[in-house]
Design a protein around this ligand. Structure first.
Ligand SMILES: Cc1cc2nc3c(=O)[nH]c(=O)nc-3n(C[C@H](O)[C@H](O)[C@H](O)COP(=O)(O)O)c2cc1C
Length: 429
């Protein structure tokens, strides 16, 4: 659903909290977003900017599902299908008002006291080079009226495009979208094979996507984007990036990163600025939601019968997964642990449970682990490629992993049979 339609729907469903009093983009809005996790908020009166700010828009799986018309239970299947069968991307007509680059006009939030400064966190960067097109999220720290320093994770598509341009002494033209449709936000967070146009995924989720060309460069972006910053990742300038709070609510390390120069701002009349709280639910959901289908696929490719996959909140929606399987052999949990890691390298903890366990309920999962784990049913990996977000790993993410088999044995001696399953009331009682 388009950003504005999603807001209107939330309003008509009485799920939107409107705050009309004057609030500051420095710490105050982020703190209010934190306090209202799971509840969308519209800040109508923001200090220092004419633009309203909306946040927590996709801060639960229910909200994400509602905005795309997908039931929570159908998420994995629907996204898997969208990744395999892209929807139509067509030329459309944008209704933008263009202005000179002045980032001071935007209500860019400063989230936490130790932050480098104001950061755009909801930006999806559109880029095209050498026939390939990419969209991905990149946090952008404002370092001037027309400048950001942006975090480009190494070896990801945008980083590769940037290096290629830089090696040719060229800038990489980009369009930076703020206030994107839900499909674009999900597509921007997926990692797909190079050459796959991620907008096709967004189009599959939304039915179709209409795009238009930037005025100052050849990049295309969806016509319903609220704010578009047309610019370039420049080949000859870098700057210090960070500190910044990441997914895990802890600070990422400070690095030297590429500088983005903005040439033009395009805004839809009545534009709303999308704020995304770093380390908040929306951040975790957008990061994690595209990974569950990848993990699911790795498990089915390994021949397993999978009931459900859940990246837990306690694991920041990224590091910890619970997987329910139809266990058919005692080797299945071990196979599942290995496959899950192949599906999502960043995992630090993998718990395998039986099909009847609700993977979204931490108490149920803990019950299964406490009841059915015993020594030897775990796998410990050391010096393993994991996540750079794991505080115990090296900065490159080399660290430990733990896989736990919390499934019941398939065959138990008769005297233990009653001990293995919870007592149930007769049906109809
Ligand atoms: C809210 C959010 C913020 C993100 N911030 C960054 C970032 O600052 N830098 C980065 O390289 N990736 C960031 N990511 C991750 C990438 O956008 C995402 O992993 C994407 O899969 C990378 O796409 P690619 O594999 O096509 O390059 C973020 C993801 C989300 C959901």
């Amino acid at each position: 659903m388009k950003f504005r339609e999603h807001l209107a729907r939330l309003e008509s469903d009485r799920r939107l909290l409107r705050i009309g009093t004057r609030v500051s983009p420095r710490f105050e809005i982020p703190a209010l977003l934190k306090r209202n996790e799971g509840r969308p908020v519209l800040f109508e009166n923001v200090e220092g900017s004419e633009l309203p700010v909306a946040g927590n828009l996709l801060s639960s799986m229910d909200l994400l599902g509602a905005s795309l018309g997908i039931r929570k239970e159908a998420w994995i299947e629907t996204l898997t299908s969208a990744m395999q069968h892209p929807g139509p991307v067509r030329e459309g007509r944008g209704e933008f008002v263009y202005s000179e680059p002045d980032l001071d006009r935007l209500p860019i939030l400063t989230h936490y006291p130790k932050d480098q400064g104001p950061y755009v966190t909801s930006a999806v960067v559109f880029a095209e080079r050498g026939g390939s097109k990419n969209l991905s999220f990149h946090r952008l720290a404002k370092i001037g009226r027309d400048r950001f320093v942006g975090r480009l994770v190494e070896k990801r598509d945008l980083h590769t495009m940037y290096l290629d341009a830089r090696d040719h002494g060229e800038d990489l033209p980009v369009a930076i979208g703020i206030g994107n449709s839900s499909g674009v936000l999900v597509a921007g967070a997926t990692s797909v094979e190079r050459g796959t146009y991620e907008l096709g995924i967004a189009a599959a989720l939304e039915g179709a996507i209409e795009i238009t060309r930037a005025k100052t460069n050849p990049t295309s972006y969806p016509v319903d984007t609220e704010i578009v910053l047309e610019g370039r990742i420049v080949h000859d300038e870098t700057a210090r990036e960070g500190p910044f709070v990441d997914l895990t609510n802890t600070y990422d390390v400070v690095r030297v990163q590429p500088v983005f120069v903005i040439d033009r701002i395009a805004m839809r009349p009545g534009a709303v600025f999308h704020a995304l709280l770093p380390g908040g639910n929306e951040h975790r959901i957008l990061m994690g939601a595209p990974r569950t289908p990848t993990i699911h696929r790795a498990l089915t490719d390994a021949g397993l019968s999978v009931r459900n996959v859940h990246l837990t909140e306690g694991g920041s929606g990224w590091l910890d997964v619970v997987i329910a399987i139809d266990k058919r052999s005692e080797a299945d949990p071990r196979t599942a642990i290995d496959a899950a890691i192949r599906g999502h390298r960043s995992l630090k903890k993998i718990t395998i449970v039986d099909r009847d366990v609700d993977v979204t309920d931490p108490n149920e999962v803990n019950y299964a682990v406490t009841m059915y784990w015993e020594a030897g049913k775990e796998r410990v990996f050391t010096d393993s490629k994991g996540s750079s977000l794991d505080p115990m790993a090296t900065p490159d993410g080399i660290g430990s992993k733990l896989g736990i088999d919390a499934t019941r044995p398939l065959v138990v001696p008769p005297e233990k049979e009653l001990k293995m399953k919870r007592a149930e009331f007769p049906s109809g009682a």
